[in-house]
Design a protein around this ligand. Structure first.
Ligand code: ZN
Ligand code: ZN
Length: 147
């Protein structure tokens, strides 16, 4: 699990503009709450509910569109599970441990160097492909569900 320092408002704006994205206050809040969620991997709906308290006029479509833009820019990851998509921050290449019993998703730093190498080799060897983030998925049973 990666304990992350939640970046300041200014740092979030920097991340967005560096990725070539337009900066809106909703986008900043969305990225901020995803980074703060750490290993929780919330759904789009739960992010919508959190942000709606702050932006009462916010629509679900805006949240979905902003999430898609952040994923495309490589600032966050989308993990598709049988119960729908979940989102998380992507600091470094990592493994998503998905529990088949309770659906929890935990980030694990299992051999990040190997995953980084795979991403770099993809950039070097696959012509015309611009890799962003690499996260592997490992399904299994979490510790709590084995109890
Ligand atoms: Zn579990
Ligand atoms: Zn993850």
């Amino acid at each position: 699990m990666t304990a992350q320092v939640v970046p300041s408002h200014t740092q979030l704006i920097g991340q967005l503009s560096q990725a070539g994205l337009a900066v809106s206050s909703q986008r900043v809040a969305l990225l901020g709450s995803l980074i703060a969620s750490e290993s929780e991997h919330p759904t789009a709906d739960s992010l919508y509910q959190v942000l709606q308290a702050q932006f009462p006029t916010l629509s679900r479509a805006t949240v979905y569109n902003n999430l898609a833009a952040l994923v495309a820019a490589g600032l966050i990851e989308r993990i598709d599970t049988h119960e729908g998509s979940r989102f998380g921050p992507v600091p470094v290449p990592h493994v998503n441990l998905i529990c088949e019993s309770c659906g929890s998703i935990e980030d694990a730093l299992v051999n990040s160097e190997l995953l980084t190498t795979v991403r770099e080799r993809a950039a070097a060897e696959i012509e015309g492909f611009r890799p962003l983030n690499l996260a592997a998925t490992l399904s299994g049973t979490c510790r709590a569900c084995q109890g």
